[in-house]
Design a protein around this ligand. Structure first.
Ligand code: CU
Ligand code: ZN
Length: 250
């Protein structure tokens, strides 16, 4: 005779094991929803019904074993048929926040890589108090940090912790369509009179996927002035008004 608590223990172990399998195959068959519907739900039900008779329980165990066998077959089939190939689409995002009380700009940046091409979409609002409509510098900076830094003489630099422009190729600063530019140079975003702005930027020069030249763990910085594309090393774009750390979203 199996005690109710023992049955529930086995139900729990089985549920965790199944969840782990689901997690591992998640990237290929998007299995989590399916698992919740057809497996986790029934497991909860069986948990509640653990006081069943031993005979009934034996049937449940046999049924589960068959289910696991079928699932294992499906997984091995999926693996052997090449579904385990790495995904070709990668996403990252950053929440852009004001860097000090002198700024109110906020927004989002999304990075989507498909077949090696990265599309960056930046949306900001409240791009004040820098005032009028116009161009504002936008860059990916080296460090994924947005905190302020303080120099020896006490001068505070909002988002100073983000470091300089992301520049793994040791190039001079420029606009992204110029031959020489930092990898993190995104040029300018145009701000409308209502304080909003959108930039859509495409490139094959950097990546979202982990590895060389990945944007993951860096910061996107919105400046108070336009990037002139010439001044070294930062384009004379003024105060770092908004900043967001770029985090993995795939
Ligand atoms: Cu910048
Ligand atoms: Zn630059």
């Amino acid at each position: 005779m199996i005690h109710v608590a023992q049955r529930r223990f086995f139900i729990l172990v089985e549920g965790i094991a199944f969840r782990e399998v689901a997690r591992r195959v998640h990237s290929q068959v998007n299995a989590m929803d399916w698992m919740d519907q057809y497996w986790i739900g029934p497991i909860r039900k069986r948990w509640d019904e653990a006081h069943w008779s031993t005979t009934h329980w034996a049937k449940v165990v046999m049924g589960s074993a068959c289910g696991i066998g079928v699932l294992a077959s499906l997984i091995s089939l999926a693996c052997s048929s090449g579904l385990r190939s790495s995904p070709s689409s990668f996403m990252a995002r950053a929440d852009i926040q004001p860097t000090s009380s002198a700024s109110a700009v906020n927004g989002t940046a999304t990075f989507t890589e498909e077949d090696g091409e990265v599309t960056v979409v930046v949306n900001v609002r409240n791009a004040f108090p820098s005032g009028s409509a116009g161009l504002r510098g936008l860059h990916i900076h080296e460090e994924g940090k947005c905190g302020a830094t303080k120099s020896d003489n006490g001068a505070v630099t909002p988002a100073g912790a983000a470091g300089g422009h992301w520049n793994p190729t040791r190039a001079p600063h420029g606009y992204p369509d110029q031959a020489a530019h930092h990898l993190g140079d995104l040029g300018n975003i145009e701000i409308k009179p209502d304080g909003t702005g959108t930039l859509i930027f495409k490139t094959r020069e950097f990546h979202v996927r982990e590895g060389a030249n990945s944007v993951l763990g860096r910061a996107i910085v919105f400046h108070q002035l336009a990037d002139d594309g010439v001044s070294q090393p930062l384009g004379n774009a003024g105060v770092r008004a908004g900043c967001g750390v770029i985090i993995r979203d795939y």
